[in-house]
Design a protein around this ligand. Structure first.
Ligand code: CO
Length: 485
């Protein structure tokens, strides 16, 4: 008798609950929060800054994709005395200010949000709005709100007031873009980031910056084809980029029917190109691996001539079909994001890829002192079910050396974002620290900040800070310890 087919795990999420986490937060707050479950660790002192789309409609018109929402920065000050100060402010980008005044969308979004007025109003308008909504970088006296399709916006880290678009003292003059995924050299503290000028042939510029955002070096390479690259991996000598096998059909975008990201065509018969760029500006080396789509890398290291890159990859570009929006998409039909290990022999060019885990995961983080080195712990947001695609509802600590994982799920009522790893002061173990993760609690109809002990993830959060409002699902954030000037 044949064994019964394995049953898929029961679905522990609900579309209406999940979508309620995409509620615009229109007011700006500054208040002390004392509604806290559990106990905040007294040694956790500093500010969690988070960025993400705060406004998801304008003048009654919803955004086509949440990635098109105007950037709103949240700051959570952990003071060590059991309270948290919460502030949120919109980045006053030129587009945000103009649209606030007009009460409607004036510029197109990269992910398909069109100006009102149909295709005629959108045709040949190729200047998407800089929404500064993706990530943050900190320097004493200056916080940068990052968005990969333009220049950063500088904010005051204390008040979150917008200072203005920042070209890094001229280093980003002209139409240079600055990506939203800086990495930090653990030896020098240097921030390394990049900018892409996509086209039929694309340009990658690599920037290395000092602690005050002074650009210390920049190097440029050309790569054939359209480059849609969101993140990179850093080793002591190299910056590693995955050029996803996509091409772009520009016509619907030019003619105003669709957003630029909606015109990407995934080419499953073409390889993903692994670009290995020497940080000192030397010759680019290119390797090929099977077609996949990568937004985020976990880490990379080089042992002899063997390069190891851990990344979260999709088997195909997770595109929305025409006529669908994030609100009516069948999420189970979109490719799941899974953790892969890629290895490249830099001498022979041989590449190999291995799926490390079946579960859908995103938003990886790790101990900052392990960037560019062999490491053990990757922390990620995860789907509740061990297989298939679903919204992110939990956190996972993955031991890349043994393949063991510790998980905690907020299902069925909790929906999460990126877990930010904060090392414990003075600790030596790689996973000795906290994970800070925002959770939309559909039961309460508001957001929490959950604090986990990274060594005891399965026990659940040691504390949950309850916000009086919903912060729409965000993208990336950083933690600035209180000892930082
Ligand atoms: Co990202």
């Amino acid at each position: 008798m044949a064994a019964p087919a394995p049953q898929p795990a029961p679905r522990r999420w609900n579309r209406d609950d999940w979508l309620r986490g995409y509620t615009s937060l229109t007011e700006e707050h500054d208040e002390w929060l004392s509604a806290i479950s559990g106990e905040l660790p007294p040694e956790l002192r500093g500010t969690l800054y988070r960025n993400g789309p705060g406004l998801l409609e304008r003048g009654g018109q919803p955004v086509q994709h949440p990635f098109d929402g105007d950037g709103m920065v949240c700051a959570f000050d952990f003071t060590g005395d059991g309270r948290v100060r919460f502030r949120n402010r919109y980045v006053r980008t030129a587009g945000f200010v103009a649209e606030e005044k007009a009460g409607r969308f004036l510029q197109r979004g990269v992910f398909g949000t069109q100006k009102p007025g149909g295709w005629l109003a959108n045709a040949f308008d190729l200047r998407p709005k800089n929404i500064a909504n993706t990530n943050l970088a900190y320097s004493p006296g200056k916080l940068l709100a990052l968005w990969e399709g333009g220049k950063p916006y500088a904010l005051d880290p204390q008040t979150l007031e917008t200072i203005g678009e920042d070209d890094l003292a001229g280093a980003l003059a002209g139409n240079a873009n600055f990506a939203a995924h800086p990495r930090y050299d653990r030896r020098t503290g240097r921030m390394v980031n990049f900018g892409i000028q996509p086209g039929l042939s694309s340009t990658i510029t690599l920037y290395e910056l000092g602690a005050d955002f002074t650009v210390l070096s920049q190097h440029r390479w050309e790569t054939p084809g359209f480059a849609f690259i969101h993140d990179f991996a850093l080793t002591d000598d190299y910056a590693i980029f995955f050029q996803n096998p996509v091409t772009v059909n520009p016509f619907p975008y030019w003619f105003g029917f669709r957003g630029a990201a909606e015109c990407l065509i995934f080419q499953s018969d073409r390889p993903t190109r692994v670009l290995v760029l020497p940080r000192n500006g030397g010759r680019m080396r290119v390797y090929e691996t099977d077609a996949c789509f990568v937004f985020h890398h976990v880490n990379a290291h080089l042992t002899g001539d063997r390069l190891t890159v851990d990344a979260i990859a999709y088997e195909t570009f997770p595109a929305l079909k025409p006529g669908t929006t994030y609100r009516n998409v069948e999420i189970e039909t979109i490719a799941a994001s899974q953790l892969f290990r890629f290895t490249v022999n830099l001498t022979t060019g041989e590449t190999h890829r291995e799926r490390l885990m079946e579960r859908a995961v995103e938003f990886p983080s790790l101990h900052p002192a392990r960037v560019g080195l062999p490491y053990r712990w990757a922390f990620m947001a995860m789907a509740d079910a061990p297989t298939g695609n679903a919204p992110l509802q939990g956190v996972l600590a993955y031991d890349v050396q043994t393949g063991a994982a510790q998980t905690y799920s907020f299902a069925p009522k909790g929906y999460v974002g990126e877990p930010v790893f904060v090392p414990k002061p003075g600790a030596t173990e790689e996973n000795s620290g906290y994970l800070l993760q925002m959770v939309f609690d559909a039961e309460r109809g508001a957001s929490d900040v959950a604090v986990f002990d990274a060594q005891q993830v399965a026990r659940g959060p040691v504390a949950r800070v309850h916000l009086p409002v919903t912060v729409p699902y965000g993208l990336h954030g950083i933690f600035v310890p209180a000892t930082t000037p």
